[in-house]
Design a protein around this ligand. Structure first.
Ligand code: GDG
Length: 835
């Protein structure tokens, strides 16, 4: 067994990428590692917290000169009031933490109520534990939660600023480690603020409670923000695989992120977030030491015939306290003569969240149930259940753990449950038995315990009986294994594993992305592709196939991309359509592949592979209005760097090159001119546009492409894949209704809820995958020839969509704009025959 000092050195070495390097650790948790109390003389004092997290992490923060950020436990801490230094006789793990390493986050009392009792424990706690009937949804408390998370983030950025100015040298990047459900939004805010100020950091998060299923999370209005909040981290840790998988699934289903379930990574913009299962342990050595030295309690084990069952919990409805009392009742009903006068069930119940009504009711119910069962079985000199509604000193607790015959650890749901682990650490004689709920995270590893379903009170009583009757050799065998595991995977191991994960994270300036499997969407996409013989690929151009460029003409398609598109487009089972805001002539010139359908001006003009042209009808006066608009814009702005692009039915006013100081004036003037000519300017990046007022958009152009290529029953014939970066979520939603829709882009919450690719390389990889997939399919000759009935049906649907504002004049004009190339197939002729 390694002494604690050595273990800490090992932990520290994980945070030292180089000999002389020393990443500092900033821990952010709801509470500081000690509570601040004001004595009667008004002087502040530190009061210890004995949790495992503090035991393991505080010495590391001390040694690397890091910081701990948290709420101090009181409301009247003055802005400049100093946190006291540790007293000389302080032997706790936080004794080494200097006052300047502790950053209190002051939370106004009103905010605290809504934040802590409201959103944290009235909404998130029951929701994350899947207690749907106990969840309260309240908009105000959600807003306060956001606000308080901002407070924590601001303090963290203050600490980062300090680290950068005072301590940081060369390549050292501080690690910020955020804890638990109270601070789910904090990482995103820290990243945002730090990036604004050019401060580097690595962000890690550990969730101490379960992460719920997608269905459960989905009931929360802020669930997207919560996921995005967490995804700002580089590493996110959970206790067990189930929670990691739930999180990954939510990222996929709720946000549409690309998720690699095998490697547990989530792609978000240009970053890859690593999700890790890292079960927490306890300070095993410390508990063992305590158990060795603590005096006996109550002398229970001295009396041969007596049996002690112990339970230690916060009084919380997730811990299954009432069910335990009922199990004791059942046990006594079944084995009254065996246990009457000999058995004690000791429930240590630490008061918790006593300001919340739910918790007050639970305490009342528990006291009532205990009274009832005691009343039922007690004799003049014995009663079966002892209830201590208070916390005990650590050594007394260790003595109870040591001297109990059975620990009853049966939560209804629990992230991990440390009590089960502490009990085995204190079983220095290997003589007790552990009864453990299937629904505690600890059940994943503590396989030698007697496993129970806490809801099945009858069976729970049987398991208790079995545990009480277990032979000493069986107890020993089970306990030795349990103890060996907990000794090895203790809290120091947990912390070093987490920091080891953080070590892999490169600087935020130069992210090194782990390769993500190309097959990520393959399951759902493959299934769809296999179900239909044809594949229609609809793509955007700028931002999808090419990256940003100084001018539109410089946004040139890479040769590799052109080659892949050529191969795809020449496959008889694939049809490709590119839709862009550019004019169709420009688009065709930029791509230059014949077998593709081009939709320019966001679908207002469409050219088929055979040259057939289609445009939805626009009101006749549009052309005249557009020409007047262009003339006036060109005259007005001839002497400035704004320019007007006449794309036929659409006119774009570009202000990208106008000096920043002039933009407001120029744009305001241009907007006035747009309005004067009857156009509502439509914003596009660094420009705005005048468009005809027709009921037509990208999704309708896409539907038109599908119908004209495959007929009215195209949905039965082909799988449709759309990859693009449309800003308009309504259009994306309508695309999603008929296509497997993937948005491309770096912004985390762009096109919320759609599947995402991080960048153009991601698109190219996916196109390559499609190419390979389609090559594996036996090629078929085109067989589809729409019959006239289908064509008529197509026509009527098409007209009802597009012709709402069609008048006789437009009809005439439309005819003159529609051209037909010789030798067209019946498919490409369809739109023209609509005349
Ligand atoms: C959350 C998750 C997860 C209790 N009574 C006394 C006392 N305690 C200490 C125990 C133990 C701790 O409180 C309780 O830890 P649990 O793990 O059981 O539960 P939560 O408080 O709900 O903790 C949980 C944990 O975070 C860690 O990630 O395991 O699932 O819900 O350490 O010893 N300590 C003392 N006297 C008492 O009377 N000294």
């Amino acid at each position: 067994m390694a002494p604690l000092g050595e273990k800490l050195e090992r932990v520290l070495s994980f945070t030292n990428p180089t000999e002389e390097g020393n990443n500092s650790l900033i821990v952010v948790s709801n509470r500081l590692p000690f509570v601040l109390k004001r004595g009667s003389n008004g002087v502040l004092q530190r009061s210890h917290s004995a949790g495992g997290l503090v035991t393991a992490v505080a010495p590391v923060v001390t040694k690397c000169n890091g910081k701990w950020i948290g709420w101090p436990g009181l409301f009247d801490l003055g802005g400049h009031e100093k946190v006291p230094e540790a007293s000389d006789d302080d032997k706790s793990p936080t004794a080494g933490l200097k006052s300047n390493q502790v950053i209190p986050v002051n939370i106004p009392e009103n905010d605290f109520e809504e934040f802590y009792n409201g959103f944290c424990n009235g909404t998130l706690w029951p929701l994350f534990h899947s207690f749907s009937c106990k969840i309260t949804y309240d908009r105000n408390s959600w807003q306060t939660y956001q606000k308080v998370n901002d407070y924590f983030a601001e303090k963290t950025v203050e600490a980062l600023r300090y680290q950068q100015e005072v301590i940081l040298v060369d390549e050292e990047i501080p690690i910020v480690w955020i804890h638990d459900y109270q601070l789910l939004l904090c990482p995103a805010r820290i990243r945002e603020l730090a990036e604004d100020e050019g401060l580097s950091c690595k962000l890690g998060f550990f969730l101490h409670i379960p992460f719920p299923s997608y269905d459960m999370l989905n009931t929360l209005e802020g669930s997207e923000e919560i996921l995005y909040g967490m995804l700002a981290c580089d590493v996110i840790g959970f206790h067990i695989d189930l929670y990691s998988q739930n999180f990954l699934e939510s990222c996929l289903r709720k946000l549409g992120c690309r998720v690699d379930f095998d490697n547990k990574t989530v792609e978000i913009g240009s970053r890859v977030v690593r999700v890790r299962t890292l079960p927490i342990g306890i300070p095993f050595d410390k508990f063992e030491e305590c158990a060795k030295n603590a005096p006996k309690v109550n002398g229970q084990k001295d009396e041969k015939d007596t049996k002690l069952i112990i339970s230690v919990d916060r009084v919380d409805y997730t811990k299954g306290l009432v069910q335990k009392v009922r199990a004791i009742e059942k046990l006594l009903e079944k084995h009254r003569h065996e246990y009457a006068g000999k058995l004690t069930f000791l429930q240590i119940g630490v008061p918790s969240r006593t300001n919340i009504k739910e918790y007050q009711s639970l305490h009342n119910e528990l006291s009532r149930e205990i009274g009832r069962v005691n009343g039922k079985f007690s004799t003049a000199d014995w009663y079966p259940i002892q209830f201590m509604y208070k916390g005990l000193p650590q050594d007394e607790l260790a003595a109870y753990y040591r001297d109990s015959d059975v620990a009853l650890v049966t939560p209804l749901v629990d992230g991990m449950n440390l009590v089960a682990k502490e009990f085995v650490a204190c079983q220095i004689n290997n003589s007790g038995a552990l009864v453990l709920s299937y629904f505690a995270g600890a059940a994943e590893s503590m396989k030698e315990a007697l496993m129970v379903n806490p809801y099945e009170v009858n069976l729970l009583a049987d398991s208790l009986h079995k545990a009480l009757q277990m032979s000493s050799s069986e107890c020993q065998l089970r306990m030795e294994k349990l103890r060996a595991r907990e000794r090895k995977f203790d809290v120091h191991y947990w912390m070093s594993s987490f920091l080891e994960e953080m070590r892999f994270v490169e600087s935020i300036e130069k992210p090194k992305l782990p390769t993500i499997s190309l097959d990520l969407y393959s399951k759902s996409l493959s299934e769809q592709m296999e179900a239909s013989p044809k594949l229609a690929v609809i793509l955007g151009y700028d931002g999808t196939l090419v990256g940003p460029a100084p001018t539109p003409q410089q946004a040139v398609l890479a040769n590799e991309t052109r080659e892949i598109l050529k191969i795809l487009a020449s496959n008889n089972d694939v049809s490709v359509c590119i839709i862009s805001g550019r004019s169709v002539a420009d688009l065709r010139k930029m791509v230059g592949i014949k077998k593709i359908t081009y939709a320019g001006n966001n679908g207002l003009e469409i050219v088929h592979p055979d040259g057939a042209f289609f445009a939805p009808p626009v009101p006749e006066e549009h052309e005249i209005k557009i020409s007047r608009l262009v003339t006036e814009l060109q005259t007005e702005f001839s002497n400035c760097k704004a320019w007007v692009e006449n794309k036929g039915p659409v006119v774009t006013f570009h202000y990208r090159n106008v000096p920043k100081g002039m933009r407001n004036i120029i744009c305001l003037k241009a907007v006035q001119i747009f309005k004067k000519h009857g156009f509502e300017p439509q914003e596009v990046p660094m420009a705005f546009e005048a468009r005809p007022s027709v009921n037509w958009d990208v999704s309708k152009a896409a539907a038109y492409f599908l119908r004209s290529t495959y007929g009215v029953d195209w949905a039965q014939r082909c799988t449709v894949l759309y990859i693009g970066d449309i800003d308009d979520s309504k259009v994306m939603l309508s695309m999603k209704s008929f296509a497997f829709t993937i948005s491309v882009g770096k912004h985390v919450n762009q096109s919320k809820g759609f599947k995402k690719l991080p960048d153009i390389q991601g698109v190219i990889d996916l196109l390559k995958w499609l190419e390979m997939k389609m090559l594996q399919k036996p090629q078929r000759q085109p067989t589809f020839m729409p019959d006239f009935g289908e064509y008529e049906q197509y026509l009527s649907t098409q007209m009802s969509i597009a012709f709402s504002d069609y008048n006789n004049g437009a009809r005439k004009r439309r005819r003159s704009r529609t051209s037909s190339a010789p030798g067209k197939s019946p498919i490409s002729l369809m739109p023209n025959r609509s005349e």
